[in-house]
Design a binder for this molecule. Structure first.
Ligand SMILES: CC(C)(COP(=O)(O)OP(=O)(O)OC[C@H]1O[C@@H](n2cnc3c(N)ncnc32)[C@H](O)[C@@H]1OP(=O)(O)O)[C@@H](O)C(=O)NCCC(=O)NCCS
Length: 206
C-alpha cells in the first residue's frame, strides 16, 4: 500500500522542490498551497527563511501565521503535493481563501492523492486547536471542491466574486472531528506518520 506523510521543507529537497514547481509551468497549471515557492526558484534558501517567518508571525489584517508542508509518498520518497495551512484567519481570509490552500503535482493527479492531502491537513489543523475549517474553491475547479465534499465539507455559500477570483466561488466548512471520525478507516492506513513542529506554541485567536 502507498503511504504518505508531511515533511517540513528543508534544504535537502531543494532540487526536487524546484522540479515540482516547474512541472506546474510545463502543464500550465495553477499553483496553490506552495507558500509562494514559485517566487523563490532562484532563492530556495530565502524561501525556507520566509516559511519560518510565516510560522512565527503574529496574525494581523495583512498576514497570518501559516505552515507549509510537502506531501511525500514514502514508497518512492517523492514530493507529490503541497499544502499551506493558515493557523488563524483575519477578516480577509474569513471572506476569501480560508484555512487551506493545496496542490498535487500535475503528473500525479486524479489518483485520490489530494483527499489524502486534505485528510492529513485536517489532522494538523486539529493539533493546532482548529475545530472547524473554512475553505473555498472556484466553481470551475471541481477537483478542489470535490476533495472538500469527499472529506465532509458542507457547501455553505456560492456567490459571484468580483473582487478576488472573478468567477463563481463555493464556500465550505469542514467539522474536523466529524471528518476524521468518518474518514479514518480509509485514510489512516495510508499515513506513514504525522509531522508537527510544535516548538513555538501560541494561543492564536481562531
Ligand atoms: C485541485 C487538485 C489539488 C486536486 O488534486 P487531485 O489529486 O487530482 O484530486 P483527487 O484525485 O484527490 O480527487 C479529488 C476529487 O476530485 C475529483 N476530481 C479529480 N480531478 C477532477 C477533474 N479533473 N474534474 C472533476 N473532478 C475531478 C475526484 O473524482 C475526487 O472526487 P470524488 O471523491 O467525488 O471522486 C489539483 O487539481 C491541483 O493541484 N490543482 C492546481 C492547484 C489548485 O487548483 N488547488 C486548489 C485551489 S487552493
Amino acid at each position: 500500500m502507498e503511504k504518505f506523510y508531511y515533511e517540513i521543507p528543508s534544504i535537502a529537497r531543494k532540487n526536487e522542490a524546484i522540479e515540482y514547481i516547474n512541472e506546474f509551468y510545463e502543464y500550465k497549471s495553477d499553483i496553490h498551497g506552495t507558500g509562494g515557492l514559485q517566487r523563490f526558484l532562484d532563492n530556495y534558501e530565502g524561501w525556507l527563511e520566509k516559511l519560518e517567518e510565516d510560522y512565527k508571525r503574529e496574525p494581523n489584517e495583512e498576514k497570518v501565521p501559516a505552515r507549509t508542508y510537502f506531501l511525500i509518498r514514502s514508497n518512492d520518497n517523492k514530493i507529490i503535493g503541497m499544502i499551506n495551512i493558515r493557523l488563524a484567519l483575519n477578516e480577509r481570509l474569513k471572506k476569501y481563501g480560508g484555512h487551506i490552500g493545496y496542490s498535487i503535482r500535475p503528473k500525479e493527479r486524479g489518483k485520490g492523492y489530494n483527499k489524502i492531502n486534505l485528510y492529513l491537513g485536517l489532522k494538523i489543523c486539529k493539533e493546532y486547536g482548529i475545530e472547524k475549517v473554512f475553505m473555498d474553491a472556484d466553481k470551475e475547479n471541481p477537483a478542489s471542491w470535490k476533495t472538500m465534499e469527499s472529506l465532509g465539507g458542507i457547501n455553505i455559500r456560492e456567490y459571484y466574486d468580483d473582487e478576488n477570483a472573478h468567477c463563481i466561488v463555493k464556500d465550505y466548512e469542514i467539522h474536523i472531528n466529524d471528518s476524521i471520525k468518518n474518514n479514518s478507516t480509509i485514510y489512516e492506513p495510508m499515513i506513514e506518520k504525522v509531522t508537527l513542529n510544535k516548538d513555538i506554541e501560541k494561543d492564536y485567536e481562531l
